[in-house]
Design a protein around this ligand. Sequence first.
Ligand code: HEM
Length: 145
Amino acid sequence: MDAKPLTVETLHQHLGDGPFVALVDAFYASIPNDPILGPMYDPNDLEGARRRLADFLIFRCGGPPRYIETRGHPMLRGRHSPFAIDVAARDRWVELMRGAFPAAGWSSEAEAVLRPFLESVATFLINRSSDPALGLPLTEPRRNA
Ligand code: HEM
């Protein structure tokens, strides 16, 4: 393997598909029984959801663009707008993902590159206040996210 520095954009070049698929598998293993996140996911399409997230991460980290070929532009804010993502939901997503890295055998170096990216996207996807008195989206969804 060449000496390109480890960045989000070169991660796939260093790791290949395997660790991404393992990460998403470990993450989704916790979803069905999670009281906050479980109800958001269609139990009949968890396999599809896994594939979409794995394909997105592989594409975003410099691998083959299967996500773009099958789903088009990610538009993550828009695609998450049907789901009520408040700080608690964001924090739970991040927590389950934190647990998935060691379960999927990621090195701490590779984890240190991807995890901050995932956590900042997760924050960006918050679309509800946790305060019921302020139940409106914090901002209008940006369609080009
Ligand atoms: C902040 C907490 C988050 C929640 C509660 C959440 C929830 C969901 C749900 C319920 C789905 C639908 C599952 C499906 O059928 O595909 C989904 C899809 C998806 N999520 Fe998230 N998500 C979160 C954060 C993230 C983050 C941080 C990323 C990327 C770094 C991400 C990337 C995706 C992608 C790529 C899809 C599939 C979109 C599509 O092509 O339809 N999500 N998410």
